[in-house]
Structures are given as C-alpha cells and as structure tokens.
Design a binder for this molecule. Sequence first.
Ligand code: AMP
Ligand code: MG
Length: 327
Amino acid sequence: MSLSDDDDFEKALARLAGGDVVAIPTETVYGLAASIASDAAVRKVFALKKRPFFDPLIVHVAGFNQARGVAAEWPPLADYLARVFWPGPLTLVLPKRNEVNPLITSGLPTVAIRHPRHELTERLIAAAGPLAAPSANRFGHTSPSRAEHVAAEFPGDGLLILDGGPCEVGLESTVLGIEAGADGAADKIRVLRPGGTTEADLHESLRKWSRAVSIEKGTEGIQGPGQLKHHYMPDIPLILVGENGDPVSPDRLRRIGRELGAEPKRAAELVLDEDPAIAARELYDRMRRLAGSGADAIVVRKVASRGGGFWDAINDRLARAASFEIP
Ligand code: AMP
Ligand code: MG
C-alpha cells in the first residue's frame, strides 16, 4: 500500500459525512472510525468488527473544545493530564454529555476520550468532528499497526483505509478513569488499561500537580466492561513459556500438546527487541507474521526482568493474547 494523499483524505471526509466508516492511522494502532454524530456509522463499526455492544468505544478528538463537547465535566486533573499528554496515547474516562450516543459508551454514564498524535488523522478529526474508533481488527483479534494489517482484517468489505505509515507507538493507549475529589479529598485515577503512556511518565507528571492524587491499578469492580481476559489473539495459539532453557524443547512441546490436544509440528518463537519502545512498535506485526508463516503455534518467553515502562503494556497484551502459560 502507499501513503494516502489529499484525494484519499477528501474521500474519507465524504464517507464519514455520509454515515460510513473509515480506517484511520494513529500513533497507537489503526482505528475503525465513525462520526459520533452518525448512529448508522457507529452501528457499522460494531457490525464490521463483530464487536459486542457491551465493549465501549473511545471518542477521538482534535483539541480541548471537541473533548469538552463530549465530556459533561472537565475536572482540573483531566485538564492538566490532557495538557501534558495530548496529543498522545492517553485516554481519559469522564462523565459523558447526554447527547453522546449510548451505543458508543455501552450505556455507561462515562465516555472515553483521547486526542491521537498523527498529523493526517488530527486534520481529519478537525474537519469531520469527533470520531468513535476502536482498533481496526475483528473483535478479539491481534490489533493492526500497519495499513496492510487492516486490509487483511477486512478483505472485500470495501473499507476505505487511510494509510499513514506504520504506527509510531504500536500499542493501544493507556486508559485512565478520572474522579475529581470533592471538598479537599484526593483526586482519584484508576488505570483501567496499561498502554502507550507509561506509569513512570504519569507519576513524573503528577509530581508537578498541586493537589493530592491517588492512583489505583486494575479494573476490579470497575464500570468498564471492556477489559476482557482474551483479546489481541493471533490466528494460531500463542503460549507463554518460562524464560529458561529452550522455549520449544521436546518437554515443553509435549506439555503444550497436552493442552492443545495435539503437539505443535512447527512452533515458532516470537522474539521481542530488548528495547521496549521497539518491542512495542513491532509486537503486533511480528505476531501477525508468525501467524501467517505456516507455524502452528507461537511461543513467547516470559522474561521476569522485563517490567516497567512499555513492558507493562507489552506484558498485558501478551497475557491476553496467550491461550495459556506453561513454566
Ligand atoms: P479499543 O478501542 O478496542 O482499544 O478499546 C477501548 C477500551 O477503552 C475498551 O475496551 C474499554 O475498556 C475502555 N473504555 C472505553 N470507554 C470506557 C468507559 N466509558 N469506561 C471505562 N472504560 C472504557
Ligand atoms: Mg481493540
């Protein structure tokens, strides 16, 4: 595929205005976008992806005005984080305005908002208005970090794909629930999904924030139903294995075979770059290449020393992409 030009941009705008969906590049992964003003287009996003309606979409905006047009409240902490991290891989979950289509938020009282960092898409959103967009892949499948991944996900659907090159970050955004503390109580941040904005960056930014903040991890008991255990899965089983020894030793293959019902004949190892930023950028492309390589299983070594920074999100995605784990 070749990078999109002004013609493609105009076509995309026309399709969005006409209630159709368009695939868009962002710095995280490619998105399947619908104007939030078009009920038909939002429905088409769910239908194309075969995404269940209980999994809410992120609304993509270009700037604060559009963000405040969908959020019913814009607490100082949200304002501060948006100023630090937007445009970029940080999604803020805030109370929604009544006008926001409940299909987008799965009926929740909150809406997830972010300003993506990609020149072409920022221009598109500025012209078309806010776009509701999940990742441009079939539900539960590996996310797309290149335009050709999107084309492979939706063959024959007549989908217009804006090609903005390979995604710069390659992992989904970090999703934060924001609750403003009333009457001097600490503001609360809940990390609903680790992603392209690291916890270290978040902590660093909050050192310059004047009010007390508590940060809670995990999604236990949270209102967001989107944190599914199995997600991002390639077409062949992916298995996490212990870090020592041969990842595809006969003993390990036997164990894997017991779980799968048949021993893999060609297990391929997914090797990640030592540099977490590169590992993140290449993760989904490598998963897809191995899934299409003729191998019948993918094994990934779980390296204990890989934590913090982008590794948190990479490990989260691998755990969800995996069918199971063996020592
Ligand atoms: P995706 O667009 O596929 O990367 O997924 C977006 C994720 O954002 C969902 O899986 C949800 O977990 C999260 N999300 C979106 N809207 C909300 C919301 N209103 N409350 C909590 N989480 C949300
Ligand atoms: Mg997704």
